[in-house]
Design a protein around this ligand. Sequence first.
Ligand code: MV4
Length: 505
Amino acid sequence: MFKKVLIANRGEIAVRIIRACHELGVQAVAIYSDVDRDSLHVRFADEAYAVGPPPARESYLVMERVVETARRCGAEAIHPGYGFLAENGAFADLCAERGIVFIGPSGDVMRSMGDKVTARQTMQRAGVRIVPGTTERLTDDQAEAWVREVGPPVMVKASAGGGGKGMRLVRDPKQLRAALARARGEAKASFGDDGLYLEKFVEQPRHVEIQVLADGHGNTVHLFERECSIQRRHQKVIEEAPANRMTPELRAKMGAAAVAAAEAVGYRGAGTCEFLVDPKGEFYFLEMNTRVQVEHAITEEITGVDIVKAMIRVAAGEPLGFDQDALSIRGHAIEARIYAEDPDRNFAPSPGEILVYRPPGGMGIRVDAGVYQGARVTVHYDPMVAKLVAWGQDRPEAIDRLRRALAEFVVKGIKTSIPFHQRVLRHPRFLAGHYDTSFIEAHLHEVSVEDGYGEERRAARMLAAVAAYSRDKSRAERASSATSAAGENPWKAFGKRAAMRGWLR
Ligand code: MV4
């Protein structure tokens, strides 16, 4: 096992990885930008080094500085988390060049999945069903010919894209040329690569993904599925495991497809195969994410497998230590991503100081947060401040727990998506598990006034809320005057080491 691992990330995922390191007896090294000096991940780490100014391009994304920080502090490995450098093949290559273990697959594997046309060819050869469409980059004329042949509707997608970037739906063939031109321009500008391919449009799809784990000893397993159809503008909002309307047969088939996909590219580490599932239950490979994902925690909850520790172990050369037969699903888990966004203002970012922070707890509740009371949320990074995960014996119990925990969760000073989650969690379609990727746009674009409570109970609830609000407000005022009187962050009181910070700059 490694003695020391550098975490090339921030926020909740950096904290999550540090926890895994500590359980493994590994020292954890944080890096931080100038606005993250007092961040939670820095407080949790054994050492921390400044890597530059707030914009990620000038700090967390500076490959040379990140890898040199690891080398100089004696870390044998780097965990990239998600986002930032996590799916950057050049960074994995650079780590290998400098004798640092990149905790994830090789640069070559990342590139083979990162290019969607290459990935589709590879999956087709491996016998994994892809969304019907082309497996070559197309000229506009070829695209036109293909649409004439198979008919609309089609999706125009960027080969270098993913996650919805550079994607266009074409229902009317007359609009194909314009869609191609737009998609090409967008792809060129975003990825420096204007390669496009086409897929048949899958109507009313659900987004179901399979978690895989592979070691360097020829063992690849899947950890079942997650349903991530509750998304807003390609940003996931709520995820659950297992998925709705799943059968043991479909689960086994999708699991086998994901394992075949991973084996086809010689995958090592944790990865996720995304599939579209149509209303008939047919599934199609979309793409593979070659990183740990935000929503990994719900899979951990239903399988008992610590995915982040497994990633570190297999990167250190250890075998997985369990096979597919040892894995089973226990209960149900649901995750609500808490964003620093104002759901009443079209989800506008809501930066600021967290004046009151009182996370929920109790049975079946897990909060993976990157913030604390007194922390500042800036506009520089992803607005997700915490993940709230509820586990239950079954789906209704997980929903009840999540609702109960959302009601307990107090965050003041910034707006959060908590009220939005509460609306999703009482929507009949959500409760029935009858939803696809159009759910939010189709059912939650307007603020609902009906909350299912009678007039009296509504009045009582309002009075209680007003009283709680005024108590919290005075608490917030006291908290903020206390911290500003001290002139610093409350965490400073704990006086954790600051010794080696900042020696690179
Ligand atoms: C599709 C599709 C329908 N048909 N491809 C969006 C993100 C990217 N990973 C793929 N996406 C889609 N690809 C075909 N051929 C519908 C979507 C899609 C979607 C997928 C997953 C989750 C949410 C979504 C929301 C809108 C569209």
